[in-house]
Design a protein around this ligand. Structure first.
Ligand SMILES: *Cc1c(COP(=O)(O)O)cnc(C)c1O
Length: 393
């Protein structure tokens, strides 16, 4: 019999009843150190006092009014994002995949008035843009699209990071290039800075739009507010979600005035998107994460974690192959099945997240302490000692 909850997830038999900072407490009382952060969502950890205050104060004032009226919390959050990024304007969604929907719509709308009508979007193998129809069509993998056709047309899929293929693929129908600066679900695969720069140049030369999906790698995760800042370039449109709500459902599309110029009244909407509760929390998240000293702290802690992980990989070459990623968005490429490592980590009371390419993702709260980093790596060592090692070759 089908369960009451549609069984689209393979869930671990864990039930967390409380969160405190970097810790999740299971129903039976066990304390798990959380290096998953709800898949890069709990940027400020669990039950951060500033977020609890922002949420409860707003809950006592007004929860929801709809976008038929001005929403000061939404205007404040948009202004914070505009002030700290390339963007001139922001639309709020409830999730990453809704941000993908708008990014696609915006890119197409941009070219709808000026011939030639460009509708095609270049995307990449191994990408993840969420589970909406545009999101799965953009990713294109069989795993996500099989049985869901006919798919939204207009996506061209190229090998991950193949700049020559992008150059060759751009033609008079191309509207945009859509890419994650660091693939998350795809296995923590960063695009080299030179390639990000090359994509910017190619888009400029062709007069097309560059769309970055920073749903996972944005909001301070890499030690900059947005991951593309490391490359010294900016997109025209960017999708954000996950960390921006710190656990409250919230997403956003950031855009330049030029990219967004066709998005006039009536062209897009959302009942919930950017409601007072979500944006009150989003403002509190931004006040912490966009602070340069907070981001410096992320960089410093990321260095510490990375150094310890390199040691772990060196000590367990039969379990791990390498550490990869940027900032506190790190992946351990495994020689054994990554799910074995994730399970062994659960037994060591440590939460990690599997990704494609046989990678175990480490996405701790950005507020993790030095002691917690040391404790996490010690628990990973315990886990590595308990998995069946890969056969010697
Ligand atoms: C998680 C994710 C999404 C989808 O976000 P949802 O909130 O689950 O819809 C899109 N893009 C990237 C890069 C993601 O990591």
């Amino acid at each position: 019999m089908i369960p009451a909850v549609l069984p689209t997830y393979n869930r671990a038999p864990l039930e967390f009843v409380k969160g405190e900072g970097s810790w999740l407490i299971e129903k039976d009382g066990r304390r798990f150190l959380d290096l998953g952060a709800g898949i890069a969502v709990n940027a400020l950890g669990h039950a951060h006092p500033a977020l609890v205050t922002a949420l409860t104060e707003q809950a006592n004032a007004v929860w929801h009014v709809s976008n038929l009226y001005r929403i000061p919390q939404q205007e404040a959050l948009a202004q914070k994002l505009v002030d700290t990024s390339f963007a001139d304007t922001v639309f709020f969604t409830n999730s990453g995949t809704e941000a993908c929907e708008l990014a696609v719509k915006m890119a197409r709308k941009h070219f709808s008035e000026t011939p030639p009508e460009r509708t095609e979007i270049i995307a990449f193998e191994g990408a993840f843009h969420g589970r909406s129809s545009a999101g799965i069509a953009a990713a294109g993998s069989e795993k996500m699209t099989k049985g869901f056709g006919p798919l939204l047309p207009g996506f061209k899929h190229l090998p991950w990071g193949d700049i020559d293929a992008v150059r060759a693929a751009i033609d008079t129908r191309t509207a945009a290039i859509m890419i994650e600066p660091i693939q998350g679900e795809g296995g923590i695969r960063p695009l080299p800075e030179a390639d990000l720069k090359a994509l910017r140049s190619l888009a400029d030369e062709a007069g097309i739009l560059l769309i970055f999906d920073e749903v996972q790698c944005g909001m301070g995760r890499t030690g900059r507010l947005f991951a593309h800042e490391w490359a010294g370039i900016a997109p025209d449109i960017m999708m954000v979600a996950k960390g921006i709500g710190g656990g409250f459902p919230l997403g956003a599309v950031l855009a330049t005035e030029r990219a967004a110029e066709q998005m006039t009244a009536g062209t897009h909407g959302s009942t919930y998107g950017g409601n007072p509760l979500a944006c009150a929390v989003g403002c509190a998240v931004m006040d912490h994460v966009a602070d340069p000293s907070f981001l410096d702290g992320v960089c410093r802690k990321a260095g510490l974690l990375r150094q310890k992980l390199e040691g772990l990989v060196a000590q367990h070459p039969d379990v791990f192959e390498e550490v990869r990623g940027t900032g506190l968005m790190l992946g351990l490429k495994c020689r054994v099945p990554n799910t074995d490592v994730v399970k062994a980590a659960y037994d060591a009371l440590l939460i990690t997240v599997p990704a494609a390419d046989n990678v175990v993702r480490l996405l701790p709260p950005l507020t993790i302490t030095d002691d917690e980093i040391a404790e996490a790596v010690s628990r990973l060592e315990t886990a590595a000692g308990h998995v069946e090692p890969a056969p010697q070759t």
